[in-house]
Write a protein that binds this ligand. Sequence first.
Ligand code: AMP
Length: 110
Amino acid sequence: MNDCIFCRIINKEIPKEFDFESDSLVVFPDINPSAELHLLIVPKNHIIGMADLTRNHGDLLVEIYNVVNKLVKQNNLEENFYRVVVNGGKAQHVPHLHFHLLGGQWKRMV
Ligand code: AMP
C-alpha cells in the first residue's frame, strides 16, 4: 500500500537497515525505542492487524516466532527480561501487522 509507512520501508522507498530479511518478513529497530532492545518484526504482506489473520497465515506466524527466538538468543535475552507485544485497536498506531520484541531495560509501555 502506497501510504503505509511499513510497506514503504519493506519496498525500500524509505531507507532502513534490516536486522533480518526473508521472503515473508523483515526486522528493523523501532524508531522510538521503548526498551534497551526494541525490534519490529513485520510481515511483508500488508496484513492490517491481528483480526485479519486466518489459518492461511499459520506458516507465517511460526516463522515470526522462530525469528523472535533467534533474535532473543542473538541478543542474549534468554536469561533477561523480554516480551513480544502485538498492539490492536486504538493501541495500534501503524495499521500494518507487526510484533514488538522488547528486551533489557524498559523505558515505557509500547
Ligand atoms: P504500534 O503502536 O504497535 O502500531 O507501534 C508502531 C511502532 O512503529 C511505534 O513503536 C513506532 O515508534 C514505530 N515506528 C513508526 N514509524 C517508524 C519508522 N519509520 N521506523 C521504525 N519504527 C517506526
